[in-house]
Design a binder for this molecule. Structure first.
Ligand code: SF4
Length: 357
């Protein structure tokens, strides 16, 4: 047997053995065979740490125990349940796919990798996860944890985010996959990346595949995996005007393809730089409010998204009567009813910290 093949076999065998004897990472979606629950967990956990996603998974499975229930759900309720998790496009796709499976596929998930890939919001990673966990199909998952383990074990220096790198990693992931027990293998490699082969300070003495690990033996653990693109971060400055009258606050639903689609927010003025209350008064969008009262500054919240740093400043204005906000499709909502609406995390944390809820 060639040394490369021996290393691959060793990896696969030791990894699955470790998973079955030592790996005790216990999460409710592990060993799950129901494609609906696997799909839900995978969508909820994209860009989200497992412990952060856990309460969301429990709430979703309790409120919507199957795909038909989710398809029939009130959309506002689902967005409210998703609140705080971010990347709201996932929620939109989740609802669209639930409706499609319920209406067009009679509530039955496709049972092939190719069929799963046709669903909205399901890419190669999620399709491989569902296909292997639910149906035992021989498809290897490739996410950040897997790239890290493979790059280190095999000593791959090609950036994983290039076309060449993606192809190379996919080939190696398939080569190492235990095709007879793909579900256990996929779970094992993801858990190894999450708990042992971590980005910083990997626990190599505890690692079941350390014997042939190139990165460990050549001192490359801190240098692998390699990423080519640097994330460019755009600074944005939001100014939320909290318009009050009596016991009501004006809010509207965000539309369009930008961030936070379908979530609610107060009146927003975005500017290329930070504005104070006096500068807001002369901003063209402020003219629609037909007020000369100086907005009262209430606080600032900063939020980092993958490609954006959003600095949000909150201002309050009180009116005698309900104002008709020209060109804005919003409504006046009783403050006691605000908790029925889904807000972006920034707005939610401001409202919570300022006792609106
Ligand atoms: S030996 Fe260390 S670097 Fe290599 S795969 Fe295991 S944890 Fe990762």
């Amino acid at each position: 047997m060639k040394p490369e093949e021996q290393k691959a076999r060793y990896f696969t065998k030791e990894l699955v053995a470790w998973h079955k004897t030592v790996n005790d990472r216990s999460l409710p979606w592990k060993n799950e065979k129901d494609p609906y629950r696997i799909w839900l967990s995978e969508i909820l956990l994209q860009q989200t740490r497992a412990l952060q996603g856990l309460p969301y998974y429990l709430r979703f499975t309790e409120d919507y125990p199957n795909v038909k229930k989710l398809a029939q759900a009130n959309e506002e309720e689902v967005y409210r349940l998703w609140q705080g998790l971010g990347y709201y496009n996932r929620c939109k796709n989740l609802l669209a796919t639930a409706k499609y499976i319920s209406d067009e596929l009679n509530g039955v998930f496709p049972d092939t990798y190719e069929g799963l890939l046709l669903l909205k919001g399901i890419g190669p990673y999620t399709a491989a996860a569902i296909a292997s966990f639910a149906y035992g199909s021989p498809h290897a998952v490739t996410d950040g944890n897997v790239y890290r383990v493979l790059a280190r074990y095999l000593g791959i220096e090609t950036p994983y985010d290039t076309t060449e790198g993606k192809k190379l990693f996919a080939q190696n992931a398939d080569r190492l996959l235990n095709k007879k027990d793909s579900g256990s293998y996929n779970q094992a490699i993801m858990d190894l990346g999450a708990t042992v082969c971590t980005p910083a300070n990997p626990k190599c003495p505890e690692c079941p595949v350390s014997k042939y690990c190139v990165a460990l033996h050549e001192g490359l653990t801190e240098l692998l995996p390699v990423r080519s693109k640097k994330t460019t971060v755009k600074n944005r400055y939001f100014h939320y005007l909290l318009l009050h009258t009596g016991d009501k606050l004006w809010i509207h639903k965000r539309t369009g393809k930008g961030i936070w689609e379908n979530l609610y927010e107060p009146l927003l003025i975005e500017n290329s730089e930070k504005l104070n209350a006096k500068a807001l008064l002369v901003h063209p969008e402020f003219a629609a409010l037909r007020t000369v009262a100086l907005p009262e500054y209430k606080g600032t919240v900063k939020q980092r998204l993958t490609h954006q740093l959003i600095e949000t400043h909150f201002f309050s204005i009180r009116y005698e009567n309900e104002l008709d906000i020209a060109s804005k499709d919003g409504k006046w909502v009783k403050i006691t009813a605000l908790k029925k609406y889904a807000f972006p995390k920034t707005v939610l944390s401001f409202l919570e910290n300022n006792f609106y809820f």
